[in-house]
Ligand binder design. Structure first.
Ligand SMILES: NC(=O)c1ccc[n+]([C@@H]2O[C@H](COP(=O)([O-])OP(=O)(O)OC[C@H]3O[C@@H](n4cnc5c(N)ncnc54)[C@H](O)[C@@H]3O)[C@@H](O)[C@H]2O)c1
Length: 255
């Protein structure tokens, strides 16, 4: 039986660990050739090694998504290597924690907005330009439940993720008729190194059970549970889904 993404070429940013790594494995399992991008080249290489065991071709491109020339080079190398671009998972992101808005420095603001929001803009810009040349494609951007609702001390993160929702819808309506679908996913709290580094700090000792209780499903998510939704959104099985904000959150946003 044909795999869901056989013959497709997909870029994954933030592929060095966490949700991006899990998505790379799931996309490889579905048959996609992969361009794995991360600032952490070693992490992306580890991801690539495992993905290759699943029988697909991969390239690794060290990329800072906050730098337009890096993103342009990522897309150029991908198309140079594989001849086309069919899909992208724009997922690289950082969080910054627990700074009240009135104490937030411009530098802190810029780091998060540059990576989480401007990085997605650069990715969309160059990926869409490539997809227009070969008849279309599908793109998934990682927002967050915190693109819709807020928690204290995360104003720059919440603003960046709300911005991703707006960018996603703009791209979806501009390129829908060109056969390019663009959706965002809104993960709840997912057990990745990003979250592990937070809950391992002594001042956040009580945070893990509180986070679990905040999800109606009664636990945190696994990266693979997000990855499965990404595969679906990048495949033809979701052919009438665009501009969507797909919660993958154990009910977090339903409360
Ligand atoms: N983990 C969660 O609970 C959660 C919830 C909602 C949304 N998200 C979002 O999901 C995405 C992935 O999160 P994660 O938990 O897997 O994080 P993570 O920290 O485990 O992995 C993020 C990856 O992105 C890479 N990265 C960071 N800055 C980069 C840059 N400038 N250019 C290229 N790569 C860069 C890191 O090196 C890392 O490999 C992020 O956008 C995050 O905001 C995560």
């Amino acid at each position: 039986m044909d795999k869901l993404l056989d013959g497709k070429v997909v870029i994954v940013t933030g592929a060095g660990r966490g949700i991006g790594r899990a998505a790379a494995y799931a996309l490889a399992d579905a048959g996609a050739s992969l361009a794995l991008a991360d600032l952490d080249e070693d992490g992306a290489r580890e991801t690539a090694e495992h993905a290759q065991h699943l029988g697909v071709k991969t390239i690794v491109v060290k990329t800072n998504v906050a730098q337009e020339q890096d993103v342009a080079a990522l897309v150029e190398r991908t198309v140079g290597e594989f001849g086309r671009l069919d899909g992208a998972f724009n997922n690289a992101g950082v969080e910054q924690r627990n700074t009240p808005l009135h104490e937030l420095s411009e530098a802190q603001w810029n780091i998060v907005i540059d990576i989480n929001l401007k990085g997605v803009f650069f990715c969309l810009k160059h990926e869409i330009a490539a997809m227009l040349k070969t008849g279309g494609g599908a793109i998934v951007n990682t927002s967050s439940g915190l693109g819709r609702v807020a928690i204290p001390g995360a104003s720059e993160y919440c603003a960046s993720k709300a911005g991703v929702l707006g960018l996603t819808k703009s791209a979806a309506i501009e390129y829908g008729a060109k056969n390019i679908r663009v959706n965002s996913i809104l993960p709840g709290v997912i057990r990745t190194p990003m979250i592990d580094s937070l809950v391992s700090q002594p001042q956040f000792a009580d945070l893990l059970p509180a986070l679990e209780a905040r999800h109606p499903i009664g636990r945190l998510g696994q990266p693979s549970e997000v990855a499965d939704v990404v595969v679906w959104l990048l495949s033809g099985r979701s052919s009438f889904v665009t501009g969507g904000e797909i919660a993958v959150d154990g009910g977090y946003l339903a409360i």
